[in-house]
Design a protein around this ligand. Structure first.
Ligand code: K1U
Ligand code: ZN
Length: 167
């Protein structure tokens, strides 16, 4: 197992649109394991392959309080959505920044599991928000892009100051 480096906003590689996974093989299963280890260690409740500079449609999520309900989703697609909610989000690629984003209240997501079997998950609350946030990453979108231009500028300058301090 390995911890993977996480890209930081505004790295242009976070804007790439991920390709569907054509075959679920040992390399994909290893990547999924490494992503889960990276997510738990961060710690986070989700991680998209885009964030570790792999542009394939693969995400891992564990939004449980007990941290023992890992979901691994290959080629996830939102097939139904309804309602609205506005909640605080964070992102491992935008460390230290939290802000409110408008999302669907309920989503149904279709995906393949690591055995290649088609599955669906129906979610509300934080799991629904996390699924939408991670699927956005696969489309090359970071949550701060839902915020105003002014807020995005402030976030970029805060992150570049932080980067200068830690360099
Ligand atoms: O995609 C990511 O960068 C992971 C991100 C997911 C997310 C968080 C909140 C709302 C929507 C999506 C995170 O996990 S940020 C860290 C975080 O929120 C958290 C970490 C540990 C325990 C609980 C939450
Ligand atoms: Zn994120």
């Amino acid at each position: 197992m390995a911890l993977l480096p996480i890209l930081r906003f505004p790295d242009p590689r976070l804007r790439k649109v991920a390709e569907p996974v054509a075959r679920i093989d040992d390399a994909i299963r290893r990547l999924a394991r490494d992503m889960a280890e990276t997510m738990y260690e961060a710690p986070g409740i989700g991680l998209a392959a885009t964030q570790v500079d792999v542009h394939k449609r693969l995400i891992v999520i564990d939004a449980s309080e007990t941290r023992d309900e890992l979901l691994t989703l290959v080629n996830p697609e939102i097939v139904e959505q309804s309602g609205q909610q506005r909640g605080e989000e964070g992102c491992l690629s935008v460390p230290g920044i939290y802000d409110k984003v408008e999302r669907a209240q309920r989503v149904v997501v279709r995906y393949l599991d690591l055995d290649g079997k088609q599955q669906t998950v129906e979610a509300e609350g934080i799991l629904s928000v996390c699924l939408q946030h991670e699927i956005d990453h696969l489309q090359g979108r970071v949550f701060v892009e839902h915020l105003s231009q002014l807020k995005q500028q402030r976030i970029k300058s805060k992150l570049s100051k932080q980067a200068r301090i830690t360099a």
